[in-house]
Design a protein around this ligand. Structure first.
Ligand code: PEP
Ligand code: MN
Length: 338
């Protein structure tokens, strides 16, 4: 249920409503917008008649059910678009945010060099995995905490905040002490214990769509994170499995405007995992701008041939530079800037 407060409602009226919501056994999630304040009430729907009765409370405009299974993530809950801060950057506003870097952190030299390269080309956030969820247990699994330290050093030297993946609930506090943004990978999109854990920390979360997940399932996973009090969730379309095998995945660009119809959360596109084919990354990046994406996450490696993971889909430095030049040309058409 959503309780919509009247535009001139006082703080005391608002506090009274919150108290009542809690008394009836619901969690209260207030969202203070520029036009109105709403209170999302999450809990056992059987108690909803008590909530409905709050319609006559002072300062309340209306009490409405949220029809979608995802509540806090829904457009019904919040009409304005959410903006998620990562360092000094804002994902979801007029800024178009590009996250770039290698698939995995491999060596000190490699990550420091990667940060320099992506920064020089105009990326605002560095990416790099320290904990890698690999399909094979015999593949490189990541440098773990040593990788996080190297990312922190790259941040210090380049000034770029970084996003990195966390793959187990127990690692969340460790990764959160280093990272500016926590990535939940496609393979973990429905790891509910992990989602709840990242929901309890005060760090923005990049939630990638599972390779066989529907948009609704992606939004239900966002709901898990938000239900714990962390509303700073950015959704990421990273390609889904289809019968097509020329590409690694089928990048579902229709998911960008569709998710925006259903949700107020920002949406970015990962054309690297989305296609798995280096040559397809620049055109899909440009298309992502046109469909209204709030940013991109792209794999770039100083020497892709030597990469420990995802070398075939990693852009060479010059290719990334060119991609950024092209993206820059398209952004004004969508009223966006880097
Ligand atoms: C990654 O970003 O390197 C990654 C493993 O992505 P995904 O979870 O989308 O496969
Ligand atoms: Mn990768």
């Amino acid at each position: 249920m959503i309780i919509v407060m009247k535009p001139g409602a006082t703080k005391a009226q608002f506090n009274h409503v919150i108290e009542k919501v809690k008394e009836y056994g619901f969690q209260a999630h207030p969202i203070v917008g520029t036009e109105r304040t709403v209170i999302g009430c999450i809990g056992d729907e059987r108690g909803k008649s008590q909530l409905q009765a709050l319609e006559v409370a002072a300062g309340v405009e209306s009490v409405m059910p949220i029809l979608k299974p995802f509540k806090l993530a829904s457009r019904e809950m919040k009409k304005e678009r959410s903006v998620v801060k990562v360092g000094k950057h804002s994902v979801g506003g007029s800024q178009f945010v590009v996250m770039a870097g290698p698939c995995s952190v491999e060596t000190r030299e490699q990550i420091l060099r990667s940060a320099e390269i992506v920064k020089a080309a105009g990326a605002q956030i560095l990416r790099g995995g320290a904990f890698k969820p690999r399909t094979s247990p015999y593949s490189f699994q990541g440098l773990e905490e040593e990788g996080l330290k190297l990312l922190a050093e790259a941040r210090e030297k380049s000034g770029l905040p970084f996003v990195t993946e966390v793959i187990t609930p127990t690692d969340v506090p460790l990764v959160a002490t280093y990272a500016d943004m926590l990535q939940i990978g496609a393979r973990n999109m429905q790891n509910y214990a992990l989602l709840k854990e990242v929901g309890r920390v005060k760090k923005p979360v990049l939630l990638k769509r599972g390779m066989s997940s529907t948009m609704k399932e992606l939004l239900m996973s966002a709901e898990y994170i938000m239900s714990q009090g962390n509303y700073d969730v950015v959704l990421c379309e990273r390609g889904i499995r289809t019968f097509e095998d020329y590409t690694r995945n089928t990048c579902d660009l229709s998911a960008v405007p569709a998710l925006k119809e259903m949700s107020h959360l920002p949406v970015i596109v990962d054309p690297s995992h989305g296609t798995g084919v280096r040559s397809l990354i620049p055109p899909i990046s440009k298309a992502a701008v046109a469909v209204g994406a709030d940013g991109l996450i792209i794999e770039v490696h100083p020497n892709p041939e030597a990469a420990y993971s995802d070398g075939a889909q990693s852009l060479m430095p010059k290719q990334f530079e060119k991609l950024m030049e092209d993206v820059r040309k398209y952004l004004p058409l969508e009223d966006r800037h880097l």
